[in-house]
Design a protein around this ligand. Structure first.
Ligand SMILES: Nc1ncnc2c1ncn2[C@@H]1O[C@H](COP(=O)(O)OP(=O)(O)OP(=O)(O)O)[C@@H](O)[C@H]1O
Length: 272
């Protein structure tokens, strides 16, 4: 059962950085007793309000890293601090957006957005107005009482984003959130995510298989090696904000994409 704030134990003194990941290792044990070394010596600091994208070959441990950060998957060793507190389980500081929005089909849009409030046993009256504001922010005003089956894939993913933000977490984790959408909807969602990030001032960690998506959205792109996943390069993206889709065609944008893609020529493939 989800225990609000149960995952964080207060540490003394505040840290400027929102997230500190130190010497993180993850080894899975398979049912036939083999060890799978998924993550090796991952070190990463994320500043408050920063947008960070992670790219890496398939199977390099990106989802493993995100699952560990949600507090639902244990780490083998290493330390994670969020807002100065050691992470040891699910935390209210975190919101998660998955590849498929996994909405409850028997609940209306507003009731889907309110799920975390119900699970965390928080005051419905206080958060319902926030849920409605978030829906309006993503262009879904008027859809509050619709059911998921009445929405397009992009609209459902917007509901998933609102659900992740409704309890006002400081840290948003996104695992390939637009992977199931067609190319045009994906671009629109990229623009929308940038706007949501700028308006909500959240800290975001995005896993994506698309190098252009990573560059378009991020302040920094983290590039990982094949398994066991390590950080091989951190690329600071100095393109001006707000970014516009036309930037995809500029030489500067292309330089970032090529710099990242170079890592995957021999190591593995990305579908961008
Ligand atoms: N529960 C598990 N038990 C054993 N091995 C696992 C488990 N979950 C993941 N793995 C293995 O750990 C490695 C990392 O998996 P993970 O899903 O984190 O990679 P990923 O980078 O997100 O991959 P993709 O880009 O294909 O989604 C893979 O080799 C995977 O097979």
């Amino acid at each position: 059962m989800y225990q609000p704030n149960a995952g964080l134990s207060r540490m003394s003194g505040a840290d400027r950085r929102l997230v500190r990941i130190s010497n993180l290792e993850k080894k899975y044990q398979t049912r036939d007793g083999k060890a799978i070394h998924a993550l090796a010596d991952v070190n990463l600091d994320i500043e408050e309000g920063e947008f960070v994208s992670i790219v890496g070959p398939s199977g390099c441990g990106k989802t493993t890293l995100l699952k560990i950060l949600t507090g639902v998957l244990s780490r083998s060793s290493g330390d994670i601090l969020i807002a100065g507190s050691r992470l040891s389980g699910p935390s209210r500081e975190i919101g998660v957006v998955f590849q498929a929005p996994v909405l409850l089909p028997w609940r209306t849009v507003i009731e889907n957005v309110m799920v975390p409030i119900q699970v965390q046993k928080r005051d419905r009256a206080e958060f319902e107005s926030r849920a409605r504001r978030l829906l309006a922010m993503v262009g879904l005003a008027g859809f509050e009482d619709k059911y998921p089956s009445e929405l397009s894939g992009g609209m459902q993913q917007r509901v998933g984003i609102c659900r992740a933000l409704v309890h006002d977490p400081s840290f948003l984790l996104m695992d390939e959130p637009f992977g199931a959408l067609d190319a045009m909807t994906r671009e629109t969602m990229n623009e929308e995510l940038q706007r949501i990030w700028q308006e909500s001032k959240k800290t975001v960690l995005l896993v994506t298989h698309s190098i252009p998506e990573a560059v378009y959205l991020a302040d920094r792109v983290i590039v990982m090696t094949p398994r066991p996943g390590r950080i091989v390069e951190v690329i600071k993206v100095d393109l001006p904000r707000p970014r516009v889709l036309a930037m995809h065609n500029t030489a500067e944008f292309g330089k970032y994409v090529s710099a990242i893609r170079r890592h995957f020529n021999s190591a593995g493939k990305l579908d961008a």
